[in-house]
Design a protein around this ligand. Structure first.
Ligand SMILES: Cc1cc2nc3c(=O)[nH]c(=O)nc-3n(C[C@H](O)[C@H](O)[C@H](O)COP(=O)(O)OP(=O)(O)OC[C@H]3O[C@@H](n4cnc5c(N)ncnc54)[C@H](O)[C@@H]3O)c2cc1C
Length: 510
């Protein structure tokens, strides 16, 4: 078996017969990789097969493109942008009405059928969005967490998720420290202890030379031995009564179909394509595809004034200290009632879009891009509708997104915008075009709720507290779609923690 990085590639060319495995994982993103790692560590004797409809675009498979040279990064991003991806100069992010709708490495989820969520996007590659992500891994707080999982149990799952993802807080710099101090003063005692502005936890490994290895799905997978089938789509789960017996898969480059016989199946194919696969398999519980939420995003850009420079007390130019703005990001956590949003403050030498510096008072501390993520409350009518007649570019049931912001969210958007304005006034002034703006629905890239977890026996949920599909013995789901609550916090750490919480139940079936 040829080896690719730390994964073992099981070449499927010409295969038409049935393969067998103990555990089949559909989707190789951070959550599928977490299931593989947890089961592989506990039972190294088992065979684990992972399939992904996308190509392998990085080496090791699933590693973060931000660890690559710009040329290789652009190529990897382009190759992750779906079947109908543009090439060459056209491979840049999709822009609609002047807004970045689909950043590099992603593509629109269902063009022509996503008017309600125009920026909804997917990444299709080994490692999923975990190859393209920013690596922010804050913990969920208060009512963002599912009430039916005991707090201490979920804390332990989060601890383990942080270990798997190599979560760390990166060292600060004098400017970042000044911004943090001003933000802390601004909120005073209003925020509970431990919820003040602070360096954002990141899935990252600082190297001794000062550079950073950004975390990807490969970080989570570690040295786990798996059989990886890239470019291989799961078309249908095979169902016998209350059990799945495997999946029908197709190797896309050759068009050859085969079945993979499995004792247990985990589907971790994101919040859009997991419910799509269940639908295609005739598994259609009432809650499937419903309760779609995301983080409503308000975004702004601020030119930093003299106070930041004075308090930083350094002459070193920002460009020298902040080579990658992602490494210089502060967060203000979600706190129910008091601060029901998640603030992200990214410090940068150059603004994210061209700014006429003759029209703005920008000091030597330069700029921050600041955003508030606002929660969206789950409603059954915010849903994915799958067609039995039409198919998407992958030949899977065509998806139409139904989604709307309600008065309840509108009120929180107003509050979150005021919160941003008030904090920004302590830092400096908004640049022209950088006033707080509500981003188009889907911009967050954090889609949740469509395969939601519950303790209600399946009335308004798809999986139980251990991520097992209601009514099935050996079918488990993973990913942000599991998240049943209204959340403002970046979801990947939470979803990996739900996988950690589910792993003992998966092991019981093996
Ligand atoms: C630019 C960017 C920045 C981000 N920043 C952050 C951040 O800072 N913090 C954060 O928490 N989150 C962030 N995210 C989101 C984060 O990447 C996702 O939450 C995370 O990747 C979800 O993991 P997953 O394994 O559930 O799904 P995915 O990573 O989406 O992986 C699912 C995989 O399933 C595969 N698949 C789908 N259908 C099938 C099928 N039928 N057969 C076979 N394979 C299939 C897909 O090809 C995909 O590879 C960001 C995303 C992007 C794109």
């Amino acid at each position: 078996m040829p080896e690719i990085g730390r994964l073992h590639l099981h070449c499927c060319k010409g295969r038409t017969s049935m393969a067998t495995t103990d555990l089949l994982i559909i989707g190789t993103g951070p959550v599928g990789s977490a299931f593989a790692r947890l089961i592989g560590d506990a039972r190294p004797d088992l065979t684990i097969t992972m399939v992904d409809l996308g190509p392998q675009v990085t080496d090791p498979p699933g590693s973060n493109v931000r660890n690559l040279s710009p040329r290789l990064r652009d190529r990897a991003r382009e190759r992750s942008q779906g079947r109908d991806r543009p090439s060459g100069d056209d491979a840049r992010p999709v822009h609609i009405e002047g807004t970045i709708m689909s950043p590099g490495g992603t593509y629109l989820a269902s063009p022509g059928h996503q008017d309600d969520m125009p920026a909804a996007a997917l990444s299709s590659c080994v490692g999923g969005m975990g190859v393209h992500w920013t690596c922010a891994t804050p913990r969920p707080n208060d009512d963002e967490r599912a009430a039916f999982i005991p707090a201490d149990e979920f804390d332990r799952a989060l601890d383990e998720a942080e270990r798997l993802m190599s979560v760390t807080t990166l060292p600060g710099n004098p400017y970042g420290n000044a911004i943090e101090a001003i933000a802390r003063e601004h909120f005073g005692d209003a925020l509970p202890e431990g919820r003040e502005a602070a360096g954002l936890p990141m899935s990252a490994i600082p190297r001794t030379d000062g550079t950073i290895a950004w975390g990807g799905a490969d970080t989570i997978l570690g040295d786990t031995r798996v059989i990886l089938r890239a470019d291989t789509i799961a078309r249908r789960l095979l169902v016998e009564g209350s059990r799945v017996t495997g999946a029908e898969v197709e190797h896309l480059p050759t068009g050859e179909s085969s079945t993979i016989d499995a004792r247990v199946v985990v589907v971790a194919a994101n919040a859009f394509q997991t419910p799509q696969l269940l639908w295609a398999s005739g598994i259609r519980p009432d809650a499937l595809g419903r309760y779609l939420t995301e983080h409503v995003l308000i975004y702004s850009v601020v030119a930093l004034g003299d106070e930041v420079v004075e308090r930083a007390g350094t002459d070193v130019p920002v460009a020298q200290l902040v080579k990658d703005p992602t490494a210089s990001t502060l967060g203000i956590p979600y706190t129910e009632d008091v601060h029901p949003f998640r603030t992200q403050i990214m410090h940068m030498a150059d603004p994210p879009f061209p700014v006429d510096e003759s029209k703005v008072d920008v000091g030597a501390a330069r700029y921050v891009a600041m955003g508030n993520g606002v929660r969206k409350f789950p409603r059954a009518e915010d849903r994915l509708e799958f067609s039995d007649a039409e198919t998407d570019a992958w030949g899977m049931p065509l998806m139409t997104i139904h989604y709307a912001i309600t008065d309840r969210e509108q009120a929180e958007i107003v509050r979150a915008t005021e919160d941003l304005r008030s904090l920004a006034s302590r830092f400096g002034e908004f640049v022209p075009g950088g006033e707080p703006a509500l981003m188009p629905a889907g911009t967050s890239l954090h889609y949740k709720g469509t395969i939601r977890m519950g303790d209600d026996g399946g009335t308004a949920s798809v999986v139980d507290q251990r991520s097992r599909v209601w009514g099935f013995e050996n079918l488990f789901l993973g990913g942000n779609g599991i998240i049943p609550t209204a959340t403002a916090t970046n979801p990947t750490l939470t979803s990996v923690a739900y996988a950690v919480h589910a792993a003992p139940a998966v092991l019981d079936e093996l």
